[in-house]
Design a protein around this ligand. Structure first.
Ligand code: DAH
Length: 345
């Protein structure tokens, strides 16, 4: 809406701003009540020069109609019926809605997505183990996605994680390893003990075990005299806490440009204890994550002297872990918005 008169325009802008924060009753009193801003505008007409009076009056009335319609609309929106207070979207459900059970029948209040619930649990375990938590980001650059991880331009390993690019040359990260350099630089000199949760994006033809969007949780540990033994013990401790059972572990060879040596971490099936079941596809073992000793190049690029310090890192997909833990057959269900599925958690 266009208003020539500055007072009318200001009232219009203020009203639109207030609709985001004031409850209906206050809005009505402030804009349409006896001493309201609109009444004030109408009263001011006596001070307006004669040749502008007509236009001023029309516009003030137009604003008044606009506000009436808007307030009518708001009062017809179910969430505002019976609401006496501000809506606080961060508050527990019942606080905003004293007739909540009428608006949303019991049982439909919603729950946290199973991925969010498990993410909270995983991070709690790592916090108890003394790790800092730093969140990854949703857009990153070539330097952090590739260069800092020992994957220079033209390196064939780029193909593994070369997924999406924005027109500005930024990348929705394909893994959380993009953060390794940052957390080491932020920590300054070791020790570095950090866990990095984050959303990752992949160029996938999706199926029951592949999604284009997934959560990863990265770990970075750097100090003096850190060995592969420290890594195996740390990851095993975490997984035993997560699955609430003792596990056997083994590693098998893998390839990552940012670790040396590179490994895949394998655990005995927490469900059948190696006797064979559907979850482990009757092999008794499950491969859960990539890991390894951090490549000296990666340490040096973050300003850490690999002659003095060493460390390990890992990266695993949360979605897969939660599937395994709950016997979920299709990874796409987490983000499907299917309430019948989500309500079970
Ligand atoms: N970023 C790897 C991936 O997404 C996983 C990974 C492997 C992370 C080894 C690590 C690591 O930190 O050391 O496939």
């Amino acid at each position: 809406m266009e208003f020539k008169n500055q007072d009318i325009k200001n009232t219009y802008d203020k009203f639109n701003e207030d609709t985001n924060s004031l409850p209906l009753k206050e809005l009505t009193a402030k804009y349409l009540g006896r001493n309201s801003l609109v009444k004030e505008l109408l009263a001011k007409i006596k001070n307006i020069p004669d040749d502008q009076k007509k236009e001023y009056g029309q516009q003030a009335n137009e604003l008044s109609r606009y506000i009436e319609e808007k307030l009518e609309q708001i009062s017809n929106t179910p969430i505002f019926q019976g609401t006496k207070e501000y809506i606080d979207p961060t508050a527990p459900f019942d606080i905003n809605q004293n007739n909540s059970s009428e608006v949303y029948p019991k049982g439909l209040e919603g729950t946290k997505n199973p991925l969010t619930q498990e993410m909270d649990r995983v991070l709690d375990i790592f916090k108890q183990m003394g790790f800092d938590i730093i969140e990854s980001r949703q857009l990153d650059d070539d330097y952090h996605m590739f260069e800092t991880l020992n994957i220079p331009k033209g390196h064939p390993a780029r193909d593994i994680w070369d997924t999406f690019w924005t027109e500005e040359g930024l990348i929705p990260p394909a893994h959380t390893s993009t953060m390794q350099n940052r957390v080491m630089k932020t920590a300054g000199q070791p020790p570095v003990r950090c866990v990095i949760p984050g959303m990752c994006y992949r160029n996938e033809a999706t199926d029951a075990s592949h999604e284009h969007t997934l959560f990863q949780i990265e770990g970075v540990y750097v100090d003096k005299n850190i060995s592969v033994g420290d890594m195996l013990g740390t990851i095993k401790t975490y997984l035993e806490a997560f699955f609430q059972t003792k596990l056997e572990i083994k590693v098998q060879p893998a390839y990552f440009p940012f670790t040396e040596p590179d490994m895949e971490f394998v655990i005995s099936c927490p469900f059948c204890k190696k006797t064979g079941c559907k979850v482990c596809k009757y092999s008794g073992w499950m491969e859960l994550m990539g890991c390894g000793e951090i490549n000296p190049f990666v340490l040096r690029e973050a300003g850490i002297d690999p002659e003095v310090y060493s460390g390990f890192a890992w990266g695993f997909g949360l979605d897969r872990l939660v599937m395994v833990k709950n016997g979920i057959q299709d990874v796409r269900r987490f983000r499907s918005g299917d309430l019948n599925f989500l309500k079970q958690f």
